[in-house]
Write a protein that binds this ligand. Sequence first.
Ligand SMILES: *[C@@H]1O[C@H](CO)[C@@H](O)[C@H](O)[C@H]1NC(C)=O
Ligand SMILES: *[C@@H]1O[C@H](CO)[C@@H](O)[C@H](O)[C@H]1NC(C)=O
Length: 429
Amino acid sequence: MAHISLRQLLGLFILTVQSRSVTNAEDATKPNFILMMVDDLGIGDIGCYGNDTIRTPNIDRLAKEGVKLTQHVAAAPLCTPSRAAFMTGRHALRSGLGSTGRVQVILFLGASGGLPPNETTFAKLLQKQGYTTGIVGKWHLGVSCKSRNDHCHHPNSHGFDYFYGLPFTLFNGCKPGNSADVLGDLQELLWHIFMLLALAVLTLITAKITGILEISSRMLVFLVVVYILGFLTWYIPFAFLQTWNCILMRNQDVVEQPANLDTLTEKLMKEAEQFVERNQNRPFLLFLSLPHVHTPLFISKQFAGKSKHGLYGDNVEEVDWMIGRMVKTVEKLKLSERTLMYFTSDHGGDIWISDSHGHIGGWNGIYRGGKNMAGWEGGIRVPGIFRWTNRLPAGKIVNEPTSLMDIFPTVVNLAGGQLPNDRLVLVTH
Ligand SMILES: *[C@@H]1O[C@H](CO)[C@@H](O)[C@H](O)[C@H]1NC(C)=O
Ligand SMILES: *[C@@H]1O[C@H](CO)[C@@H](O)[C@H](O)[C@H]1NC(C)=O
């Protein structure tokens, strides 16, 4: 791909503006960053990318007042690898998170995998430039390595001064009453095995009763007990998945277990707003990483049943409202000219996922395929919008190919930091 880095594109605009408005205090030239990422949102779900039936006025307004990237791609069609690449500016392969196996994302909060401690995130580099850094929302890049709470992969260990949100991700089992989709096929396999074993035990009992087989009663009781214990090992872990995986943390502390989805949207927005308010007088970076519109879809009353595209459409419209709330906060605090706002999705929409009402995933417009489909464009095409009032031209459309991995050098450069020079990155200078 002939790559013009986003840093170069933005750098160009910044140079032209800086020559007009001379600023000498170093901090005045240091912009704040608010990076907003939606989970599983399709590029075709948004008004300014061609959707004429879902209402996304706030996202469309960001594009109107800023720069819209038309050829913006994620590094992978799944959460964990895409986010690892986003955070480090390097393909997930380099941090060991680019699995090609059946399972390509972190599946358990308690798993020992995650973004290795020796990887450098843009947040870490910004801390060195005097930034206060925060992430509100979903992380999904691991928590601990060796012990249950060494928190070596935790956002606090990866350059974020503040973390509030889901260290893992949402999955179906996070909503009470839903099946545990993460391990659905494993659960089914185990179910079949236990049914076969039940048949075997019953056969033995029948054989003993009818005298076909010499088998002691103690042996039979033993087999039945083993069977029941085995069955419990099938049942118990799945019953506890919600408690194990769906938790809310503030920094190192668990604040809700399991997380209550009914109040999640409001809590995340409050936390994001408070972070910006607390840090309005110093350079800050906020990564607002929405767990929406991943399943299980959960919705506030205000948006339920309002869109033309069912629960999924309602969700996209609520996300748009959340983005609008963030923009309003920035405007209320008069930070628009000092804040680069960015909007994107971690990868394409899920075109396969459905429930009894039909499809409940995103729409990738003209691009074929979607989430979890390596090789098809629908999986990696994402929206990309930048707004920085009076710095970036309003309504500009950039058709050069750009990647989520370009955010790393862009942010670091604008903050006055140095890129690591001991490793391979995507963008070369
Ligand atoms: C708008 O989004 C919905 C929901 O994802 C989708 O079904 C519809 O086809 C989209 N419309 C256009 C014009 O892309
Ligand atoms: C991090 O450590 C691993 C294991 O020692 C090594 O393979 C990898 O190259 C290191 N990465 C960086 C960026 O230093």
